[in-house]
Design a protein around this ligand. Structure first.
Ligand code: 6PG
Length: 483
């Protein structure tokens, strides 16, 4: 039997907590687990944890006694109030130098506040993003830790050992210190914002293929599988194909066809959009992907509006100019729109990170963040290697869109991207992410927009002043005077 590398506590045995405990144990750590409902701990110890170096604590007090100092305790409890409650209960049981690690999807401002509070008590706090879902937690997630810098030299080795590995030789841990305070949870939040766009964009590709080309789930699956073997190689592409393959045992139909289109959410995409708005960073694709979920949930309103609101007569595949020759062209254009939109998602995510880094003095390391998203997390994608390289080459890159590799990629897709949006608009098929991403791209590359008129109107009704293109200064005009 190998020597234990150390002992770590873990609180919260929902599926992510359980899997993380198993992952830690498999890497040589002894794990002391605690769950508020004791029966859950028992079931875990008798079930997946049996025969492993995992022990249960019947109280937080017992957990504190079982852990060597400095204690390292991972909290895998629901984000929000429950995290504060556990911290309240733990603080009197712990001693200076002990380390609390929150591995949930906490809001970064909560993590800022908790880091201060825990540090004031002489302890250390790590707020860490953990991405990869259930399987990632078990086999290797992507880990984004931030908080008390001093904790990193204690917990870094452990976190790196359980993280996914990426890189040429598959030996680079997808875990790196992100920054102080709430930086780790912030980066995880932006990860989720990007995740929302990629998922919405893939669903728009699916909707276009099913509504414009009458393609069935199985046929779309083949297309997605092929894309996943090429430049769109990514986890979300892979699972979208896998989803389309699944047959509902009750009806014998593709399961996706019997799933309600009301999309739920737990708030991280909304937080990303809120933060972008507050920081003044344009991130329309991320906001649009959140809005797309909101409008999807207005099911009853949509069903009633579907009966009254006019739209174009939908073009039908096989008629209306669509023939077998146009089908591959349309599928190619959908691919291009998807690729362009995904590039915009990452571009906006990294632009938010850059502004947040400056605003909160976090000194985020962009190549390192791109590197740790290459494996384990939900947005892992072949494209991240290019993103990492783009930031490596130019750390102060103002926006990913202008890096040579993405400039070339955008040149390759823009024609198809535009064509499919025109077709979608003519056919009345909603593609909010594809369309808003293209507008983002076109706005970003426009040396002059129409917003001079906005400035003129602001000055007209509110004397808000404006600047001129031909000389320095701030100007106001009396717009209604005769001269
Ligand atoms: C991850 C996921 C994970 C969670 C999503 C779901 O990185 O492992 O992002 O954190 O499943 O937050 O979010 P929604 O319920 O908001 O879609």
């Amino acid at each position: 039997m190998s020597m234990s590398k150390g002992t770590v506590g873990l609180i919260g045995l929902a599926v992510m907590g359980e899997n993380l405990a198993l992952n830690l144990e498999s890497k040589g750590y002894k794990v002391v687990v605690y769950n508020r409902t004791a029966s859950r701990t028992e079931a875990f110890l008798k079930g997946p944890a049996s025969g492993r170096d995992i022990v249960g604590a019947s109280s937080l007090d017992e957990m504190a006694r079982l852990l060597p100092r400095p204690r390292q305790i991972i909290l895998m409890v629901k984000a929000g109030r429950p995290v504060d409650e556990v911290i309240e209960q733990l603080l009197p049981l712990l001693e200076p130098g002990d380390i609390l690690i929150d591995g949930g999807n906490s809001h970064f401002e909560d993590t800022e506040r908790r880091t201060k509070k825990v540090e004031e008590a002489g302890l250390l706090y790590v707020g860490t993003g953990i991405s990869g879902g259930e399987e990632g937690a078990l086999k290797g997630p992507s880990i984004m830790p931030g908080g008390s810098q001093r904790a990193w030299c204690v917990v870094g080795g452990m976190l790196k050992s359980i993280a996914a590995k990426a890189g040429k030789d598959n030996d680079e841990p997808c875990c790196e210190w992100i920054g102080p305070g709430g930086a780790g949870h912030y980066v995880k939040m932006v990860h989720n914002g990007i995740e929302y766009v990629v998922m919405q964009a893939i669903s728009e590709a699916y909707l276009l293929m099913s509504s414009l080309l009458s393609m069935r789930a199985g046929e779309i699956q083949t297309v997605f599988d092929n894309w996943n073997k090429g430049d769109l190689d990514s986890y979300l592409m892979e699972i979208a194909a896998s989803v389309l393959k699944k047959i509902d045992p009750e009806t014998g139909r593709p399961l996706v066809d019997v799933i309600s289109d009301r999309a739920a959410h737990k708030g991280t995409g909304m937080w990303t959009s809120q933060s972008a708005l507050e920081l003044g960073v344009p991130a329309p694709s991320i906001a649009e992907s959140v809005m797309a979920r909101y409008i999807s949930s207005l099911k009853a309103e949509r069903e009633s509006a579907a009966k009254t609101l006019p739209g174009p007569t939908p073009a039908v595949y096989g008629k209306d100019g669509f023939d077998d020759a146009s089908k591959p062209r349309i599928i190619g254009a959908i691919h291009d729109a998807l690729k362009g939109t995904i590039i915009c998602a990452y571009a906006q995510g990294f632009a938010i990170l850059a502004k947040a880094s400056e605003t909160y003095s976090w000194q985020l390391n962009m190549p390192s963040i791109a590197a740790l998203w290459r494996g384990g997390c939900i947005i892992r994608a072949a494209m991240l290697a290019d993103i990492m390289e783009a930031f490596d080459r130019q750390p102060d890159l103002p926006n990913l869109l202008v890096s040579p590799v993405f400039r070339d990629a955008l040149e390759g897709v823009q024609k198809g991207w535009r064509a499919i949006i025109a077709l979608a608009a003519q056919g009345g098929v909603p593609v909010p992410c594809f369309a808003s991403s293209l507008s983002y791209y076109d706005s970003y590359r426009a040396a002059r927009l129409g917003t001079n008129l906005v400035q003129a109107q602001r000055d007209y009704f509110g004397a808000h002043t404006y600047e001129r293109v031909d000389r320095e200064g701030v100007f106001h005009t009396d717009w209604t005077s005769e001269e």
